[in-house]
Write a protein that binds this ligand. Structure first.
Ligand SMILES: Nc1ncnc2c1ncn2[C@@H]1O[C@H](COP(=O)(O)OP(=O)(O)OP(=O)(O)O)[C@@H](O)[C@H]1O
Ligand SMILES: [Mg+2]
Length: 467
């Protein structure tokens, strides 16, 4: 008997539940509509906040996460539906007419309001995004590392191998390459950077040109560009702190600092030297920061593991590496001039000399030797003679080189540069070359174009747009 009563109770409650729900739609029509209005208001507020974040991210050249975009689309559709539902004229007809409320309509609209309100609730729950936007993959690194061609040869490959080994050594915090100007340090570190990226040795590889007159703001900017980071901060401290935060987020990073002439305080770039932050520029008063920039403070301690950056430095001076940057002896490598046969091979490659041209080949070997086995001089001479393959012109070039050697007026690099200048095909190009030599290292293209127009170097060109 008891069993029958339990079964009856259960069946009855199963039967009454849907009935209760339908009655709820009918009787709580007003509450359901108010509840929908409240949920739609909350959703609209959340949409505004997220839209503002999206707009700010777009202004900062960031990409928006896909789920955020699709959430915004869904919310837009949803809120439009809610709006047209709430403004539907049928709501006016739910009141009493002929003394009776329109039960069917109340039930229908009450049910719809409940359903829409739960959809709004669902969208509000989905709005807990872990991230709104992300930095697009920076192309600055690719551009900086790929703008030179490394021609492999035994002497360079051997140094490259040693550098790669040092980069893999967790105890070597800094690695240095030194050698005379034009020997190929920059070309080599770019090749190292490309290999390190390809082998996934580092998450990120960034490179900055320090030069003999370091401009901290510009260097910070170069590194930030490569990290896809926008540095809004005005002060050097603020910028260093932002770079530090960003570098700390990377599991491991290779920072290539090319062409150091004096000691350089790495904390200027947001790279810490010790745990207690003693040299942390972001915690220094601004005057100390400016003084330390001017005095070229030398780092006192090695960077710590927590920074997880490895630093690859190039300089013409070994002294800068060991005394100013405190790089340990075993991590400093010398890059010397090329071997004789390498120099000839490189010259032939650049000047386009082949086996079919035995006369030019014998001249090219002599010219390459006069370039002191220095890649810079070899490449410049090779490019100058590439477009003039007459044996006569090559003989004259060789004779001039031999004469220079006797009187020692010009060094090989200077001679090859003059050769390159003499072989330029137009006066316009020559004036442009001289202008480049006059203005600072690394001039901006826009500045160059402006000067050219101002000085009337580009014939028949009077505006930047035309240029
Ligand atoms: N392995 C190489 N393959 C091809 N070209 C090379 C190589 N090494 C050097 N060069 C060329 O020689 C020239 C000088 O090289 P690079 O700029 O790397 O010298 P550097 O040692 O950095 O000089 P600096 O001290 O003036 O900065 C460049 O034109 C470069 O393209
Ligand atoms: Mg260089």
């Amino acid at each position: 008997m008891e069993f029958v009563s339990v079964v009856f109770d259960k069946s009855l409650s199963a039967l009454l539940k849907p009935v209760g729900r339908q009655l709820d739609y009918l009787y709580n029509y007003g509450c359901n509509v108010n509840e929908l209005k409240e949920q739609a208001r909350k959703l609209e507020e959340r949409r505004e906040t997220i839209s503002r974040q999206v707009e700010e991210a777009i202004r900062n050249a960031k990409n928006i996460e896909n789920p955020v975009n699709s959430w915004l689309d869904k919310v837009k559709t949803n809120l439009n539906e809610v709006e047209s539902f709430l403004s539907d004229g049928d709501h006016q007809k739910t009141g009493c007419s002929n003394g009776f409320p329109n039960l069917k309509l109340r039930h229908l609209l009450g049910r719809k309001a409940k359903k829409m309100s739960s959809q709004c609730g669902q969208l509000l729950q989905e709005a807990n995004f872990s991230a709104i936007s992300y930095h697009p993959k920076s192309e600055a690194t690719e551009a900086a590392l790929n703008d030179s061609v490394y021609v492999p040869c035994k002497s360079r490959d051997a140094v490259m191998e040693k550098v790669m080994k040092a980069l893999r050594d967790p105890t070597a915090k800094m690695v240095g390459i030194y050698g005379q100007g034009g020997v190929g340090k920059t070309t080599l570190v770019k090749a190292v950077g490309r290999t390190a990226k390809k082998e996934k040795l580092y998450n990120v590889v960034v490179m900055a040109n320090i030069t003999s007159t370091p401009d901290v703001r510009k260097i910070q900017g170069e590194i930030a560009d490569m990290l896809g980071l926008r540095l809004d901060d005005e002060s050097l401290i603020g910028r260093a702190a932002r770079l530090r935060q960003r570098l700390e987020k990377e599991k491991n990073a290779l920072v290539i600092l090319d062409d150091l002439w004096v000691g350089f305080d790495l904390s200027m770039l947001g790279i810490l030297f010790n745990d207690d932050g003693e040299n942390d520029i972001s915690q220094m008063p601004i005057n100390d920061v400016l003084n330390s920039t001017q005095n070229n403070l030398k780092p006192e301690k090695s960077p710590v593991d927590s920074v997880r950056c490895k630093i690859l430095v190039t300089s013409r001076s070994k002294e800068v590496m060991s005394n100013k940057m405190d790089i340990r002896e075993s991590s400093i490598f010398s890059l010397d001039v090329m071997a004789e046969e390498e120099a000839v091979e490189l010259f032939n490659k650049v000047a386009g000399v082949t086996e079919d041209d035995p006369e030019l080949k014998s001249l090219s070997a002599k010219i390459a030797n006069k370039c002191a086995k220095l890649p810079m001089a070899i490449i410049t001479a090779g490019k100058a003679l590439k477009n003039n393959k007459s044996k006569f012109a090559w003989e004259i070039a060789l004779q001039q080189m031999e004469r220079q050697e006797i009187v020692e007026v010009l060094k090989p690099v200077e001679f090859s540069t003059k050769l390159s200048y003499d072989h330029m095909q137009s006066e316009e190009l020559k004036s442009f070359f001289l202008l480049c030599a006059h203005i600072s290292e690394d001039p901006s293209i826009v500045d160059l174009v402006k000067y050219c127009i101002g000085l009337g170097i580009f014939q028949g060109v009077y505006t930047v747009k035309e240029a």
